[in-house]
Design a protein around this ligand. Structure first.
Ligand SMILES: Nc1nc2c(c(=O)[nH]1)N[C@H]1C(S)=C(S)[C@@H](COP(=O)(O)OP(=O)(O)OC[C@H]3O[C@@H](n4cnc5c(=O)[nH]c(N)nc54)[C@H](O)[C@@H]3O)O[C@H]1N2
Ligand SMILES: Nc1nc2c(c(=O)[nH]1)N[C@H]1C(S)=C(S)[C@@H](COP(=O)(O)OP(=O)(O)OC[C@H]3O[C@@H](n4cnc5c(=O)[nH]c(N)nc54)[C@H](O)[C@@H]3O)O[C@H]1N2
Ligand code: SF4
Ligand SMILES: [Mo]
Length: 680
């Protein structure tokens, strides 16, 4: 009997720099394999370690997915539910929302959401409902990258426009600062960074694979980024490597920084940062010679001085004229569809808002949710806050509130879903058509429906259409169909031929040739120039110029805990895939051999990490990826699968960074002790 084999092209919508092209093989109408698209310039025929397993595992597994709307029948947090119909779910939810609005105003309803999926409709369409409702919102970026956005906006007036990676062909040097693409964008690491002939510089406290693949590893102490940036600038200025014409024509306030640059010698830099002065000299000359690209990671701005650090590192392209020409520029989080012409605000329903929504930082969320007078109802969608946000214990207590009505929309029964009054099952990216993008490279792509939704799962957008109907709303934007939304987005982005034709190609760059951002050297700041010294910053109560400051060295008892992207998980997704969980092994903390010896900790023993927020038991791995005084444990485990139902965010205090009320999670301080049986 001959088999009917069909290949469907799609793209990965996870929150990842890579945005891989996918080929879905179907035999006789059923998915047999989800794999990388060979033609795609990033994935080149392979998915990452995690997706190759999870997309063929837990994402298609009826026993692991949420299949039906559920209502709570047990205690909050216990995850005891019974199946209900969609009609009943919608009626219960909208009944409660109407009562909350009548009794306490729409701001008493809060929603928290992020990037569980980045496919454009599932990401943006639900916002229309909440804006119409007038609900409060947990500021999504405050858990991830808000400080960096605020900092780059002061300097350049914009933070969502990054270099086109294809321009590396014109480049001599790539500097990666506080990102670890070997985990967080593995294909970009392998094919774009490691394989390139450019000189490579990495600034990271950890000896990551990205750092190991570089020519120069600037292994700075965490929190000393501004000092390192200023000592690099010192060498450049001393050696006549500044681009004086560029500085005088396109920047503002350089003279205000010169005294600081003068005093930040490489010797001073070495004392502050731990990076040898000779290495600072070499790296400075290499970057300044250009053309150079600068990848500004999201990791290094997740610290108490994260905004200041980003402002300081962001000076490098400006002083050396490494911007606006082929092979130059910086990237942070590029919103490619916006560059292609998509109106994000309209997609997210800005026109439906009657007032600016109340916004709460993730750093304050647990505390504010504890207050019964503040919020009455909570929606959680595209995110798993019990796993990912600070103050884990406090958040659990807040979610325990009997008077808080909680709705969780997810594909999987997460720790957060366990607290829901109503759980709604979300369809996965294999189950509906949409469009995708990457926030690093310049491709947009299709997301293709390749199977029926499991159970009664629905895409986010259909869930919110049903809720809008239940509320009695009539605005047409709340009911726009996927077909119309896709057609309109394709038109805005200039993609010809319609969705079905685009599906045949699978993906395409938004331009045939590399785009060079800022080629006209007009910056959307108040002055139109790069604002090295910023009056806007002053108005915000910040220093006019980035400060050459470093975090205080910790005392010997305390360790700085860094909890970055894991190779085995995508944020908090995939922890529930049994094969990936096996591959990932025990929850580990990496400790430098010197520290391990000092504390009498052997490889493989259990240790307890603790601070004011809580404690956590992990297995020690003695390894030189860490530097003395710094320990590492990767993020993204599901608390309910761990000892005492806790993950690393049990230790995350929720202290804010210096800008945008953003996370400082990589500044977390803990003490480390060998476990004794009674120490818990
Ligand atoms: N300690 C520590 N904590 C951190 C970080 C850190 O570095 N260290 N990083 C922070 C960062 S950068 C981020 S971005 C956050 C991310 O934290 P989260 O937002 O909690 O993590 P995700 O895994 O991206 O997504 C959450 C959920 O979205 C669900 N999902 C997937 N597709 C869909 C869909 O189509 N519809 C719906 N409704 N749900 C879907 C997934 O099943 C998953 O449960 O974590 C933060 N937390
Ligand atoms: N496999 C995988 N990929 C992911 C994710 C995932 O969870 N797993 N998450 C996705 C998301 S939501 C995001 S936001 C991105 C984040 O990806 P990245 O931007 O790479 O950020 P992180 O992984 O948090 O941290 C990157 C590096 O910053 C370093 N760092 C920490 N503190 C400092 C400091 O003080 N100075 C300097 N210079 N460096 C420091 C860490 O040591 C780490 O190696 O990755 C995305 N991709
Ligand atoms: S998570 Fe990233 S690396 Fe993995 S398949 Fe998706 S886009 Fe590619
Ligand atoms: Mo993130």
């Amino acid at each position: 009997m001959s088999e009917n084999i069909e290949i469907i092209k799609s793209n990965c919508p996870r929150d990842c720099y890579d945005g891989c092209g996918i080929s879905i093989e179907k035999i006789d109408g059923r998915i047999s394999r989800v794999m990388g698209d060979e033609a795609h310039p990033v994935s080149r025929g392979r998915l990452c370690n995690k997706c190759a397993i999870a997309y063929n595992g837990v994402w298609q597994d009826e026993n692991e997915r949420l299949l039906y709307p559920l209502k709570r029948i047990g205690e909050k947090g216990k995850g005891q539910f019974e199946r209900i119909s969609w009609d009943e779910a919608v009626k219960t939810i909208t009944g409660r929302l109407k009562a909350d609005i009548a009794g306490h105003g729409p701001e008493s309803i809060i929603h928290t959401h992020y990037s569980g999926t980045l496919s454009l409709i599932a990401l943006l369409f639900p916002m229309r409902f909440f804006l119409k409702l007038g609900a409060s919102e947990v500021d999504p970026d405050s858990i991830c990258n808000a400080a960096g956005h605020a900092a780059l906006s002061l300097l350049y007036g914009e933070s969502h426009v990054g270099f086109d990676p294809r321009t590396i062909r014109d480049s001599n040097c790539v500097l990666i600062w506080g990102a670890n693409p070997s985990h967080s964008g593995p294909h970009s690491h392998k094919h774009w960074f490691a394989a390139s002939a450019v000189k490579k510089i990495v600034a990271d406290p950890l000896r990551t694979k990205t750092a190991r693949d570089a020519d120069y590893h600037l292994q700075l102490r965490p929190g000393t980024d501004a000092a390192l940036a200023y000592s690099l600038l010192h060498v450049m200025q001393r050696d006549g490597l500044f681009d004086d014409d560029f500085i005088s024509q396109h920047t503002l306030g350089s003279e205000e920084l010169l005294t600081v640059i003068n005093r930040c010698t490489p010797q001073w830099g070495e004392q502050e940062t731990g990076v040898p002065a000779a290495l600072i000299e070499e790296a400075a000359r290499c970057y300044a010679a250009g053309p150079s690209l600068l990848w500004l990671g999201q990791g290094f701005q997740r610290q108490l001085n994260g905004g200041n650090c980003m402002r300081a590192v962001g000076l490098l392209p400006a002083f050396t004229g490494n911007i606006g020409k082929p092979g130059t520029g910086f990237t942070y989080v590029t919103i490619t569809p916006g560059l292609a012409g998509l109106d994000f605000d309209a997609m997210a329903g800005a026109q439906l808002a009657s007032a600016e929504p109340v916004s709460v930082s993730h750093m304050d969320f647990a505390e504010q949710l504890t207050n019964p007078d503040r919020f009455k109802s909570l929606f959680v969608w595209n995110t798993n806050p019990v796993a990912s946000t600070p103050n884990q214990a406090q958040l659990r207590r807040a979610l325990q509130r009997e008077d808080l009505f909680t709705v969780v929309i997810d594909c999987f029964p997460t720790d957060s879903a366990d607290y829901a009054d109503i759980v709604l099952p979300a369809a996965s990216f294999l189950e509906f058509d949409d469009l995708t993008f990457s926030y690093f490279h310049y491709n947009i792509g299709v997301q293709s429906r390749a199977m029926e939704p499991l159970g009664e799962a629905l895409p986010n957008q259909e869930i919110f259409r049903r809720l809008a109907k239940g509320m009695g709303y009539t605005e047409k934007e709340l009911f726009e169909t996927d077909e119309d939304l896709i057609a309109s987005m394709l038109e805005q982005m200039g993609v010809e031929g319609g969705f079905r034709e685009f599906q045949q190609r699978g993906w395409q760059p938004i331009s045939a040739e590399p785009i060079i951002p800022w080629a006209d050297l007009q910056f959307p700041t108040p002055s139109g120039r790069i604002e090295l010294a910023s009056a806007t910053a002053e108005d915000q109560g910040l220093p006019r110029i980035p400060q050459a400051i470093s975090d205080k060295k910790q005392n010997g008892e305390q360790f700085r805990l860094i909890t970055p992207a894991s190779d085995y998980r995508m944020n908090d997704s995939y922890a529930n895939d049994p094969k990936l969980a096996r591959n990932a092994g025990d929850p580990e903390v990496y400790i430098h051999p010197h520290d391990a010896e000092r504390l009498g900790i052997d490889d493989g023993v259990a240790v307890t990490l603790s601070n004011d927020s809580g404690s956590l038991r992990l297995t020690a791995t003695v390894d030189e990826i860490a530097m003395p005084g710094v320990i590492v444990s990767y993020k993204g485990r599901w608390p309910k699968q761990e000892h005492e139902r806790k993950n690393v965010n049990a230790l995350h205090t929720g202290q804010k960074a210096d800008m945008a009320e953003s996370t400082s999670v990589h500044s977390t301080l803990v003490s480390v002790n060998p476990c004794t049986a009674v120490s818990e």
